[in-house]
Write a protein that binds this ligand. Structure first.
Ligand code: GDP
Ligand code: MG
Length: 801
């Protein structure tokens, strides 16, 4: 491997350093040091092989110039040049310049250019422009009047004619401040120069003019300070042509005068006159060669003199230097490669790899599908612990909430006698009994009236299905924003298809579920089961109505009967006027739970209800005195009032709690009054509260027109409706969630995987489904490029070692 080949590695690594911001690769650089006008810029220009550095007498270099020379192949150079010509020709001036440069370049057929860091992407094909830009940029920062600045100018030169070197041109060492220079200019320039050459990986080109005694060389003095053993300092003797006649620098060049491990190299640059006369570099290099070859003192060692030899030497030195640094660089490169590989792995396999086999793509689609389905099921079951939200209810918990809180309270808020006026009830009773009044409770009327009330349950049930459906939809969409989402985000098409298919499945199930739930309600309206064990029953309801009615009458008339009753009831009703008002409140604002209590008595009521039930079922057929049914019949048929007394006594024993009576229900009560939840008076038996007589018969004029019997019948029907409705409501509250679980939630859980496979697992679709997200694709490509750069660098390094 040739010497030049090593340098692209360096440049590459330098690019890596810049892109990855790993500043500690510490690549070797070359820096020229020397007193003002000793020929530093000229030396650099010769190495580069181009006229582009500002040179001349006086202080010209006033900012460090970091110059990266990059060797490119001639064809590449031509390509770039052509491309660039097409690109940049925008005005007449550019066009003319192109014409002139074309004639110029047609001579050597190659182009080279410079790029400044401070003007990214602009290629300078004209090296005069580069020089101008350096001068302008120097003046911009360091001012017009001989001031200096530490801020470097960064320039890259691309050329087929340069060796790969990174070099730094530095301001010359001066003693006396001139122009805008500060009084401590000497100290400032020294510290600026030292900053560059003190770095252990800097190769110092210590330039000394041959026409000044070496013992006065400022550059060697400064170089020795930072490189005492002289192992990285190259001595350069310029102006050999200007030495006094008869003198030569042979001793110095042979290393006999000043010990430098890397030796001294003699150079002849262009003189100021050559510069003024625009002597070309080629000519001057040729002249330099001629000078050494023909010089009596140097011709024996002319192959170790001159710019060309300097360049070779520098390259060799540089390579050795890099070689020392390689293990370190390699280690860092490996770390970077590891990191990049990891990053790449995170983006998943390249689609190209997947395309290799249909099975591969199929397996990927299937696995993503399965993960999606599992993730969906897990969020319903609440097993996706890592993603359980602490902020809001989600997934299964939310469905549970819908059932218990939303649906439950919606059912509870239904007034069982909504939209049902006493007039409706009376009409229904009259219609159902036909021309003759019925002897018993008009069951047909109850049947007729309760059915529309049951229909009231339909809307909340419907709503419940929809809420669960919406929740499931939400889960489907949320699946992609959790765990699996990271993988799926790579394939936006697959993601949207998965959502689409599951949404379709959900939509499909919505209709049947709603239909089923509706049929549940319909079923309950199809047959009114008055034999339901929890149904209060006509007999008991009637007995209560009668009883309360009786008491009310007693209370209102304040006659002997009332006193007698009071005696019988152990004086429990001595405070009745007060309770009266409460009872009125209770009945008007009857809570649905109180109604439920009628059906399913709470703890302390259990015995009562059982006893009542037993009483009813046992005694109804016998029609013997003292039973509720009996008293109802008695009332209707005008039997002995003593029986009522007996009944009241029984009732008082069964319900030892005091009764409440309405006090001022005249103005407020109606059948269809809305059921505003109210505080429960614990002392009142729920049975009595629920079925209390309270609310019906006064204010409404229609009511007053009713006969006593009709009033009782209406109240009876009303109570039966409330009781029966509560039974159905309880069943619906139980059955609707079960149906939804069965027909919607569980169905989806069971069928999601299968459905996804049927709809999406298809050879023809894989390509489309696995089309990657563009940004991820780009990220991965970037990653691959980077990795390739690292690998290439690593390969080259391995070759070197
Ligand atoms: P710098 O200040 O160290 O960068 O020096 P320059 O490269 O700007 O050169 C200063 C002056 O010395 C210029 O006029 C050059 O032409 C001249 N010069 C530099 N090297 C040589 C040389 O080897 N021979 C001759 N005759 N003149 C030189
Ligand atoms: Mg200079």
């Amino acid at each position: 491997m040739s010497l030049q080949d090593l340098i692209p590695v360096v440049n590459k690594l330098q690019d890596i350093v810049t892109t990855t911001q790993l500043a500690d690769l510490d690549l070797p650089i070359l820096a020229v040091v020397g007193s003002q006008s000793c020929g530093k810029s000229s030396v650099l220009e010769n190495i580069v092989g181009k006229d582009f550095l500002p040179r001349g007498t006086g202080i010209v270099t006033r900012r460090p110039l970091v110059l990266q020379l990059i060797n490119i192949k001639a064809e590449d150079a031509r390509k770039v040049a052509q491309y660039s010509e097409e690109e940049t020709e925008v005005d007449l001036e550019a066009h003319l310049r192109k014409q002139t440069s074309k004639t110029k370049s047609s001579k050597d057929q190659v182009r080279e250019w410079g790029e400044f860091l401070h003007i990214p992407k602009k290629k300078f094909f004209n090296f005069h422009d580069i020089r101008n830009e350096i001068e302008n940029e120097t003046a911009r920062i360091a001012g017009e009047n001989k001031g200096i600045s530490r801020i470097p100018i960064n320039l890259k030169i691309y050329s087929p004619n340069v060796l790969n070197l990174t070099v730094v041109d530095l301001p010359g060492l001066t003693k006396i401040p001139i122009g805008d220079q500060p009084t401590d200019i000497e100290r400032q320039t020294r510290s600026l120069i030292s900053e560059y050459i003190a770095k252990p990986n800097c190769i110092i080109l210590a330039v000394s003019p041959a026409n000044v005694d070496l013992v006065n060389s400022e550059s060697l003095k400064l170089a020795r300070q930072v490189d005492p053993t002289g192992k990285r300092t190259v001595g350069i003797l310029t102006k050999l042509d200007l030495m006094d006649q008869g003198t030569n620098a042979l001793d110095i060049l042979k290393g006999n005068v000043y010990p430098l491990k890397l030796g001294f190299i003699g150079i002849v640059n262009r003189s100021q006159r050559d510069i003024s006369e625009n002597k070309s570099l080629e000519d001057s290099l040729f002249a330099e060669q001629q000078f050494f070859a023909s010089h009596p003192s140097y011709k024996t060692m002319s192959n170790k003199c001159g710019t060309r030899y300097l360049a070779q030497t520098l390259n060799k030195i540089l390579m050795n230097h890099i070689r020392d640094r390689l293990p370190d660089i390699k280690a860092k490169l490996n770390t970077l490669m590891g990191q990049t590989e990891q990053e790449l792995a995170a983006y998943g396999d390249t689609p190209a790899n997947l395309n290799d086999s249909k099975e591969g793509r199929g397996a990927l689609v299937l696995s993503l599908m399965t993960k999606f389905a599992n993730s969906f099921v897990n969020s319903i079951e609440g097993t996706s612990m890592s993603e359980v939200s602490t902020k809001e209810l989600c997934g299964g918990a939310r469905i549970y909430y819908i059932y218990n809180e939303v649906f439950g309270s919606q059912l509870a808020s239904i007034n069982p006698t909504h939209n049902l006026s006493i007039h409706d009830i009376r009409t229904a009773i009259r219609n159902s009994t036909g021309p003759r009044p019925s002897l018993f409770v008009p069951e047909l009327a109850f049947d007729l009236l309760v059915k529309p009330q049951i229909k009231l349950l339909e809307e909340p049930s419907h709503k419940c299905v929809e809420l669960v459906y919406e929740e499931l939809m939400k889960i489907v969409h949320n699946v992609c924003s959790t765990g699996i989402g990271v993988e799926l985000n790579r394939y936006p098409r697959l993601q949207s298809k998965l959502i689409e298919v599951v949404s379709d499945l959900l939509r499909e199930r919505l209709g049947p579920t709603i239909k089923y739930v509706e049929s549940l309600i319909e079923i309950h309206t199809a047959y009114i089961n008055t034999n339901h064990p929890n149904f209060v029953g006509a007999a008991k309801a009637m007995s209560m109505v009668v009883e309360e009615r009786q008491r009310q009458m007693e209370f209102n008339s304040k006659d002997k009967l009332k006193l007698a009753s009071e005696r019988i009831l152990n004086g429990n009703r001595s405070d009745s006027p007060e309770e009266n008002s409460e009872s009125e409140k209770d009945s008007d604002g009857m809570d649905i739970n109180e109604v439920d209590d009628v059906i399913k008595p709470v703890k302390h009521k259990k015995t009562d209800s059982k006893q009542n039930g037993a009483l009813r079922s046992d005694s109804t057929p016998t029609l013997t005195g003292g039973t509720p049914h009996d008293s109802y019949l008695n009332y209707f048929f005008g039997k002995d009032p003593i029986t009522h007394q007996q009944y009241l006594q029984t009732q008082a024993q069964l319900n030892p709690t005091p009764f409440k009576f309405p006090q001022q229900h005249e103005s407020t009560l109606k059948f269809n009054s809305s059921f505003v939840p109210n505080e429960t008076n614990g002392s009142v038996s729920p049975d009595m509260k629920a079925l209390s007589l309270s609310d019906s018969f006064d204010s409404d004029e229609t009511i007053n027109e009713l006969s006593e019997r009709e009033q009782l019948e209406c109240e009876l029907i009303r109570r039966l409706i409330i009781s029966y409705f509560s039974i159905v409501r309880e069943m619906i509250q139980d059955q609707v969630p079960k149906s939804i679980m069965c027909l919607l939630v569980n169905y989806i859980k069971q069928h999601i995987q299968n459905r996804l496979v049927v709809k999406l697992y298809n050879d023809v679709m894989f390509d489309d489904l696995l089309q990657e997200d563009e940004t991820i694709q780009m990220e991965r490509e970037k990653c691959v490029d980077l990795l390739n750069t690292y690998r290439e660098a690593s390969r080259i390094i391995s070759d070197v070692v």
